[in-house]
Ligand binder design. Sequence first.
Ligand SMILES: [Zn+2]
Length: 365
Amino acid sequence: MATHWLERPLRPRERVLAALAGAPIDRPAAVAPTSIATVALMDEVGAAFPAAHRDADLMTRLAETAYTRAGFDTIMPVFSVVQESAALGCAVEWSDQGNWPTCHGYLVRRAADIRIPADLLDRTETRCVLDSLTELKRRYGDEVAIIGKAMGPWTLGYHVFGVQDFLLMSVDEPDEVRRTLQVLKEVTVQFANAQFEAGADALTLPDHATGDLVRAGYYRDFLLEIHAELCDRIRGPLILHICGATEDRMPYLRTAGFAAFHFDSKNDVHRSVELMQGRCRLVGNINNPRTLFRAGPEEVREEVRRCLDAGLTMVGPECALPLACPLENLRAIPETIVAWHREASAGRHPRNGAGGAPPGAVPGR
Ligand SMILES: [Zn+2]
């Protein structure tokens, strides 16, 4: 099977949207569906945690570094996982420049006690995201893919009940967990659609039903149907994000209707490509703790090449980037994609002419 790279160069936004749709592209895209904020980037542009989680100007200034300093094809301004949980009333520790915010304690004990505030989208933490997306769209709308982020109901369950209690409940009272997910999915739909209206081109939907915490059957029984409903009701392409080991649930999640799955380096790239059967694109899966954080650009380049050789059309960090990651390691991702593609076009890779799935060959979602 021949690989058909488009001869016409695409702008980063077009490239990412085409890659998400499984349409032909000029070269693979550098895509970061989760945060790439680092302490070094915060210092460079004078926009630091924790203020950058709740101030739209700072959020915008820090987010745009993904494109302006790191050279990615995407900008994603939602650095934390607690924006909508804070808006729901969960107690949040906003922490400091070198640490992510976290929810602590619990908000309710029963699904029936969850109240979605009428002004959910006008609370400081949600409004900030919407305003930042509007501004990013104004600045980069034609050029760069603007990506939003809204948590799925499983992750919101962790925040509203506390991780431990939510997981215990999934064993002891599965029906109560189902009721919880039915209520909380409305938060995901509201926040996600508002982000598309504000200017997002695509949206990351983290829902941490990871193999490190729950079995694959949990994904099938609790989440698959809800995720399919989210894909129908949210008005734009979605990138599901689940960290950790997920190969055992890929046969389920590939059927939900997501444009792409953002996957972790704990999963084998070749096997993951096979498991997805072209029904859902893959994005990732450069290791964070070992490679991007502790190793150097050479190790990053090796991993990027391994992903590209396996047929990935979107490469980026596997999850939110460690805050102390050196900028040169992050920059090595887009740089290597460009170098790899130049060699591929010159016929120095097996993908150009033989083997591997061509970027345009997978069916749309
Ligand atoms: Zn993650």
